[in-house]
Write a protein that binds this ligand. Structure first.
Ligand code: EPU
Length: 449
C-alpha cells in the first residue's frame, strides 16, 4: 500500500517526438481526472470508508490527496483503487501551498463546511487559462446560510446556530460553472431541507459526483439537467464507487487517430459523453463507429475538412478539447474559426503551433486557422494541460522531430500518455532537458484544473 498524499514526481525533462508515424491498435482509457478530483472532495462528507476505483495516477490526484491528508483524512492507494476515510476530519483549514497548485482543491470548501460547520480555504488565484474567480461558489454558500469573509487571500466560511448545519435554499447560478455546481451540491447534501440549484452545470463529472453522493445515501435529483434538487440528509455512509472514463482523454485519442490518419479503438468510454466531439470529427471527415456500448473505433478517410468550433458548457463542445481540435484543423483543407467562450486566456498553444508551421491568427477570443499541408517538428513549450496534448498531437503528424517543454502540465492530467502512444506505434521519448531554450513565463503558472 502506498500513501496517496504523495505527488508522483514530475521532472524537468522534455518530450521528443518523431512525427509522420502511423498508429494502430487499442487504447485503454483511464478514469476521469475531473470526476476523481470532485469525488475525492465529496468523500469528506462521509465519516465512513469510501473506496474509489478507476482513479487515475496523476500529479493532480496526488495533490488533492495532500489537501485531504492535511485536514485529517486517511488515504491509502493501491493501483487505481483509492481508500479514503474522513472519520477523524479535524482541521477546517486547507493549506495554501497545495491549494495554490491545484485549483480544484478549492472545491473542498463545500464538504468541509457541511461536515464541520467551518472551512478556511485559500483563494486559488488565476492560472494559465484565465482569472477563474470563485464568486459563484461563495455566493451560493452564503445563500445556504454560511457567513463568508475573505481576508488576506483566505476564504473563511462559518455556519452559526442551527447545530452548525447549512440550510437548503434556491440558488440561481449566473453561469453554469462546473466547480460551483459541485461545491454547492456537496454543501447541500448534508444541509437541512431542500436546495434547488438552477442553471447548474450538466457535465458528466457533475453527474458522477451526484451518483457517488447518492451511493452514500444522499438525495440528489436532476444531475445532468440544468436544475438539481438536493434534499439534505443528516449523514452519509460507506461506499464502493467506480469513476467514469475520462471523456477528454477519449477525445484526445480520437484526434490522435484523426491527425495521423490511423484507425484506433478506444475503451472503456461513454460515447454519450463526447457527442459534440464525435459530431465535429464527423464534420471533419472521420468515421467514428460505436463497436460496443463502451467501445469506439475511429476510421480516417484521408480527408481533414475545415470546420468552425465554439466552446460551450456541456453538452456543447468542451473547452478542454479546443486545443487538441485546433491541432487537427491546422492540417485541414480550408479555413476554420475556433471560438473560445469558457476561459478568457486559453489560446496559449497558438504561437507554439505556429512555430510548427501552422497558420493561425488570433482575433479576440477567435482563432482563425488556415489549413496547411504539413507541419514541421520544432522545439515548443506547453502552456497548459490541454495545450500540451495539442502539441503532442501536432508533433505526431509533423515532419521531423518536435521537442516539447513544460511537461509538468501534461503530468497533471493524462495518465501514462507516452506509454499509451508508444503502444500504438508512436515514436517518442522523455529525456533530460539540456536545451538552452527557456520556457516563457506563462508556463510558470501553477494550475489549471
Ligand atoms: N467562473 C466564474 N466564477 C466562479 C466560477 C467560475 O466566473 O465562481 C467562470 C470561470 O472563470 C470560467 C467559467 O466560469 O471562465 C467556467 O468555469 P467552471 O467553474 O465551469 O470551470 P472549473 O470548475 O473551474 C472545470 C474543470 C476544467 C474545465 C472546466 C469547464 C475541474 C477540476 N476542472 O473547471 O478542466 O475546463 O470545468 O469544463 O473539474 C482541465 O481539465 O484541463 C480543466 C481546466
Amino acid at each position: 500500500m502506498t500513501d496517496t498524499g504523495s505527488v508522483p514526481k514530475s521532472n524537468p525533462s522534455v518530450l521528443e517526438i518523431w512525427g509522420r508515424s502511423s498508429l494502430k491498435g487499442h487504447v485503454t482509457i483511464s478514469g476521469a481526472k475531473n470526476s476523481a478530483l470532485a469525488i475525492m472532495a465529496g468523500a469528506l462528507l462521509c465519516p465512513d470508508d469510501c473506496r474509489l476505483r478507476n482513479v487515475p495516477s496523476l500529479v493532480d490526484i496526488g495533490r488533492m490527496g495532500q489537501v485531504l491528508a492535511a485536514v485529517g483524512v486517511k488515504l491509502e492507494r493501491q493501483g487505481n483503487i483509492l481508500d479514503i476515510n474522513a472519520r477523524h476530519l479535524n482541521q477546517s483549514k486547507a493549506p495554501y501551498e497545495i491549494v495554490n497548485q491545484l485549483r480544484a482543491s478549492f472545491f473542498v470548501i463545500g464538504s468541509l463546511l457541511a461536515r464541520l460547520g467551518a472551512a478556511q480555504v485559500p483563494l486559488p488565484g488565476g492560472c494559465a487559462i484565465g482569472a477563474r474567480p470563485v464568486d459563484l461558489h461563495v455566493r451560493g454558500l452564503q445563500a445556504l446560510g454560511a457567513e463568508v469573509q475573505i481576508e488576506h487571500g483566505m476564504v473563511h466560511a462559518y455556519v452559526r446556530g442551527n447545530g452548525r448545519r447549512l440550510k437548503g435554499a434556491k440558488i440561481y447560478l449566473d453561469y453554469p460553472s462546473v466547480g460551483a455546481t459541485e461545491t454547492l451540491m456537496m454543501a447541500a447534501t448534508l444541509a437541512e431541507g431542500e436546495t434547488i440549484l438552477e442553471n447548474a452545470a450538466q457535465e458528466p463529472e457533475v453527474v458522477d459526483l451526484a451518483n457517488f453522493c447518492n451511493a452514500m445515501g444522499a438525495k440528489i435529483r436532476g444531475a445532468g439537467t440544468n436544475t438539481i434538487i438536493i434534499s439534505g440528509v443528516p449523514s452519509l455512509h460507506s461506499v464502493d464507487y467506480s469513476i467514469i472514463p475520462d471523456r477528454i482523454e477519449t477525445g484526445t485519442f480520437l484526434v490522435a487517430g484523426a491527425i495521423t490518419h490511423s484507425e484506433l479503438t478506444l475503451s472503456p468510454v461513454v460515447p454519450d459523453h463526447i457527442t459534440a466531439a464525435i459530431a465535429k470529427l464527423q464534420d471533419i471527415g472521420m468515421r467514428v463507429i460505436q463497436e460496443a456500448p463502451d467501445c469506439l473505433r475511429i476510421i480516417p478517410t484521408g480527408i481533414i475538412r475545415a470546420t468552425d468550433i465554439e466552446t460551450l458548457p456541456y453538452p456543447g463542445f468542451p473547452t478542454d478539447m479546443q486545443a487538441p481540435f485546433m491541432a487537427l484543423l491546422t492540417l485541414s483543407d480550408g479555413d476554420s474559426v475556433i471560438t473560445e467562450t469558457v476561459f478568457e486566456n486559453r489560446l496559449g498553444h497558438v504561437p507554439e503551433l505556429n512555430r510548427m508551421g501552422a497558420d493561425i491568427r488570433i482575433k479576440g477570443n477567435n482563432a482563425i486557422v488556415r489549413g496547411v499541408p504539413l507541419l514541421s517538428g520544432a522545439p515548443v513549450v506547453a502552456t497548459d494541460l490541454r495545450a500540451s496534448a495539442a502539441l503532442i498531437l501536432a508533433a505526431l503528424a509533423a515532419d521531423g522531430k518536435t521537442t516539447i517543454q513544460g511537461l509538468h502540465h501534461l503530468d497533471r492530467g493524462y495518465e501514462k500518455l507516452e506509454a499509451k502512444l508508444q503502444k500504438l506505434g508512436a515514436r517518442l521519448q522523455r529525456v533530460s532537458d539540456h536545451s538552452p531554450i527557456k520556457a516563457p513565463s506563462v508556463t510558470q503558472s501553477p494550475v489549471n484544473s
